[in-house]
Design a protein around this ligand. Structure first.
Ligand code: FES
Length: 115
C-alpha cells in the first residue's frame, strides 16, 4: 500500500469543488483530482476523462457524480464508473481519508481496497 499524502485541511476544498494533485507530487502516472462531494465526503479519481482529454476537476459536481466539462459524460465519484455516454471506461479511483480535519490521499490505492 502506498503512503498517504496530506493534501491539506478539509476547509481548503469547498463542497462542490476539487483540488488537483500533480502526478509528480502524488507519485503517479496521472494527475489526481480530489473532490469534495455534495454528500460531504471526499473522493479521488484520475484527473483525466476516459473519453478524450479533459480535466475532471474542471467539471461539475452533482451529488456524488462529476460531469466532464467537455462532452458531459458523468462519473461516479465513489466507484469511478462511467454513468453515461460518451464515456464507457471507468475512471481510476484512489483512496481518501479524513483524519483530524486533514484530507489524506492514498495514490494508487483503489477504493475497492479500502477497509
Ligand atoms: S472528454 Fe470527457 S466526455 Fe468527452
Amino acid at each position: 500500500m502506498s503512503e498517504a499524502i496530506n493534501i491539506g485541511s478539509v476547509d481548503d476544498i469547498d463542497e462542490g469543488e476539487a483540488k488537483v494533485i500533480p502526478a509528480a507530487e502524488a507519485g503517479t502516472e496521472d494527475d489526481i483530482a480530489v473532490f469534495h462531494a455534495e454528500d460531504g465526503n471526499f473522493y479521488a479519481l484520475n484527473d483525466e476523462c476516459t473519453h478524450e482529454t479533459a480535466s475532471l476537476a474542471d467539471g461539475w459536481i452533482e451529488g456524488t457524480e462529476v460531469e466532464c466539462p467537455v462532452h458531459s459524460a458523468k462519473f461516479c465519484l465513489k466507484s469511478g464508473e462511467a454513468m453515461c455516454m460518451p464515456a464507457t471506461i471507468a475512471a481510476r479511483t484512489h483512496k481518501v481519508e479524513v483524519v483530524d480535519g486533514d484530507v489524506l490521499l492514498y495514490p494508487n490505492v483503489p477504493v475497492a481496497e479500502q477497509a
